[in-house]
Write a protein that binds this ligand. Structure first.
Ligand code: FAD
Ligand code: NAD
Length: 327
């Protein structure tokens, strides 16, 4: 039988490509270094239920993506989230309602990638360190030295710096991926026993440390004993405090949150900190996907377009389209 197509990464880009290839009758096999799917759209389990520490919500501007989001909604994987929005500039907090449609996975962000993965073959907890081509087929080597293959094609759906390291079989693609700078984001969750006395459910911040604040339970399908809030630091602050211990990051962002919000912020019952090293590309690109069709090596991810869920999904579609076009 034919060798399957290997896909490295089970974030939204890798699963977008996987689904398109599967629907076109191609066999795929996915790999991820994490224990589950989702990547930056994953949800983290905590004592206060599941938290969205990465992607907070997404918007759909492209017609193809809007159509697929409508299908996800019918499948029960996503719902609209219409938070009471505020903005904070130079310490001035004010309501900031708008008409934008925003979507979240339900009951957690990772419902989407879990749904897309379905029964597709996947190997989790498997960090790929090398991708090389023999005479006809591709072989992957993981961090334990084990090899996987043979594969007819390989799609690398990891953040640019991680993709660059796996693209050495196609030096031109490796150079493009290596040219993409990705910015970090420190994320903190705070859980309070008594609900905070505020109407605020989401806040765009233009400040020193904070970039975004959200009340996790205002999203559909989230329940938990605590009133949990997710705080994201700006790229700048995160870069400057990259190696700060988690406790110190929590203290700083808790302080900034208490200063920003219009109510008393007591000591939290629960604190979680997570550092996203490759949270977002420093700028958008228009590559859609990278391809060396002769070799059968492809790369996709949010960094090929806009650093958003929609861009990542579209990039996965494009990698699959170009691969299918060259079969
Ligand atoms: P990823 O989700 O990063 O997936 C890559 C996968 O590859 C990961 O699962 C990783 O484990 C795996 N991997 C990497 N290297 C290897 C390897 N060597 N071997 C095996 N597996 C590997 N977007 C929005 O639209 N709205 C938002 O509100 C929003 N907020 C965000 C907030 C934060 C804090 C962050 C970090 C991101 C946010 N984003 C948001 C961006 C959005 O999450 C990403 O654009 C999107 O999820 C990227 O998907 P992806 O598939 O390209 O990459
Ligand atoms: P969007 O249209 O809701 O927001 C885009 C940007 O417009 C916001 O960042 C904000 O600056 C501004 N904005 C939107 N509505 C506003 C309002 N009511 N009041 C004040 N300002 C408002 O969503 P999108 O275009 O899909 O962008 C996704 C979001 O994800 C952005 O907020 C982006 O910053 C965030 N993101 C964060 C990371 C990270 O690593 N922290 C990575 C990727 C994306």
């Amino acid at each position: 039988s034919k060798a399957p197509i290997a896909i490295i990464g089970t974030g939204i880009a890798g699963l977008s490509a996987a689904r398109a290839l599967h629907e076109a009758g191609q066999a795929v096999h996915l790999f991820d270094k994490s224990r589950g799917s989702g990547g930056r759209m994953a949800s983290k389990r905590s004592d206060a239920g599941t938290l969205d520490l990465g992607a907070q919500y997404f918007t759909a501007r492209d017609r193809r993506f809007s159509e697929i989001v409508r299908q996800w909604q019918e499948s029960g994987w996503v719902e609209q989230w219409a938070p009471t929005l505020f903005q904070s500039r130079e310490g001035q907090l004010k309501p900031s309602a708008d008409e934008q449609l925003r979507w979240v996975g339900t009951p957690t962000m990772s419902a989407i990638t879990r749904g897309l993965l379905g029964e597709l073959p996947v190997t989790f907890s498997c960090r790929i360190t090398e991708v090389f081509r023999g005479e006809r087929f591709w072989t992957l080597v993981d961090a334990t030295g084990a090899s996987h293959g043979p594969f007819s094609h390989v799609i690398i759906a990891a953040p640019a710096p991680q993709a660059a390291a796996l693209l050495s079989g196609a030096p031109k693609l490796a150079a493009v991926a290596a040219s993409v700078a990705m910015e970090p984001t420190w994320a903190v969750a705070l859980g309070f026993a008594n609900p905070l006395d505020t109407a605020l459910e989401g806040c765009f911040v233009q400040d020193d440390a904070l970039d975004w604040v959200a009340r996790n339970r205002s999203k559909p399908g989230r329940d938990g004993a605590l009133d949990t809030w997710v705080l994201h630091a700006t790229s700048n602050w995160s870069r400057q405090h990259l190696d700060l211990p988690k406790e110190a990051v929590i203290e700083c962002l808790h302080g900034a949150f208490a200063e920003l919000i219009d109510c008393v912020v007591p000591a939290p019952e629960l604190t979680v900190a997570h550092r996203w090293l490759y949270a977002r590309p420093a700028q958008a690109h228009e590559w859609a996907a990278l391809a060396d069709a002769g070799l059968g090596l492809y790369a996709c991810g949010d960094w090929c377009l806009s650093g958003r869920v929609e861009g990542a999904w579209l990039s996965g579609q494009e990698a699959a389209r170009r691969l299918l076009e060259n079969l």
